[in-house]
Design a protein around this ligand. Sequence first.
Ligand SMILES: NC(=O)c1ccc[n+]([C@@H]2O[C@H](COP(=O)([O-])OP(=O)(O)OC[C@H]3O[C@@H](n4cnc5c(N)ncnc54)[C@H](OP(=O)(O)O)[C@@H]3O)[C@@H](O)[C@H]2O)c1
Length: 356
Amino acid sequence: MPARPPILAIVGATGTVGREMLDILASRDYPAGAVRLFASKRSAGSTIAYCDESITVNELTAGALEGVDIALFSAGSEVSRRFAPPAAASGVVVIDNSSAFRMEPEVPLVIPEVNGGILERGDGTGGCIIANPNCSTIILLMALTPIQRAFGIKRIIVSTYQAASGAGAAAMRELSDQSADVLAGRDARPVVFHEPCAFNVFSHNTKVDPATGRNVEEQKMIEETRKIWRDEQVAISTTCIRVPVLRAHAESINVELHRAASEARFRAALTDFPGLTIVDDRGSNDFPTSLKAAGGDDVLVGRIRPDASLPREDRGGETAHFGFDLFAAGDQLRKGAALNAIQIMDLVRQRVTSAV
Ligand SMILES: NC(=O)c1ccc[n+]([C@@H]2O[C@H](COP(=O)([O-])OP(=O)(O)OC[C@H]3O[C@@H](n4cnc5c(N)ncnc54)[C@H](OP(=O)(O)O)[C@@H]3O)[C@@H](O)[C@H]2O)c1
């Protein structure tokens, strides 16, 4: 990898995540000359405004990533499966937002604040695939990793409130159009989702396993958490739900700890974790919301309270609890996808700089 700004490819540049990546890169003045945009044949030849320039979108074809140093893929699993391995074999560092390679044992699954250290291994040269975790997993582990480090986590029960944008640009349009239709007295016509998404709350749109009853999103959260934390013992129960929100997922989280904590110590553990902001004012009922998280980089946590249904211990005047409840919200297009991928890119670049 060269010392100059790496030649970057955004694969899926016309999509919701791809455009968010471009926003983040533009905010950092990443040079337009080092950014190449790819999408499907449908978008080939269109242009996207970037800083003061306009970049042409190319069709992703075999060999199109030649000369690229780092490729940020966000075009779905099928595209990743087809184009990421040959790109990595030819020397490109692929940072993949799809679920295609997340559970491959040799592919690092990275949230920089949580397990970025695993990228320090290796000499920093040569192509590879690094996977970005599922957006709901990222928000969950941003909220819980400081707790896991301080007290150990035995069991997690999490319910998600997931925005339409998690299913891409077409889903965002569906929510906006349906909302206008319903308000105008017309029927909601679901196309992307299996249920009307305007003014509705429904089970996540991924396939349900007939044997376990869990949908794919719920299963991903369980498997990815165990891989990232390297903890096969942590018990996790997940319920994933779509809500009529344009962007930013929220999650209601209950944890059972290995080592009991007072509420003060539990809160203190969350303070100062990078990328996490506590929004928790009981007096004014000020807690995380999807809107407060939307467009921001940090995951917000609040509604922090002991779970009175689990045992507690009296430690000389201080009550220590084995269970806590909290509520988190995070912009899944940013920290759940685009920002996390760019933070991984930063780690890769640091690794190269320090190896030189
Ligand atoms: N949305 C989220 O919150 C989120 C969070 C984490 C991970 N992800 C993952 O990120 C990926 C993209 O999600 P998204 O929400 O950005 O979806 P999206 O808005 O539907 O965008 C899909 C992108 O993929 C491109 N694409 C489709 N088929 C292609 C092909 N054959 N060759 C090249 N490009 C192709 C599309 O290009 P055209 O415009 O030409 O069709 C578009 O740029 C998915 O794998 C998703 O699971 C999404």
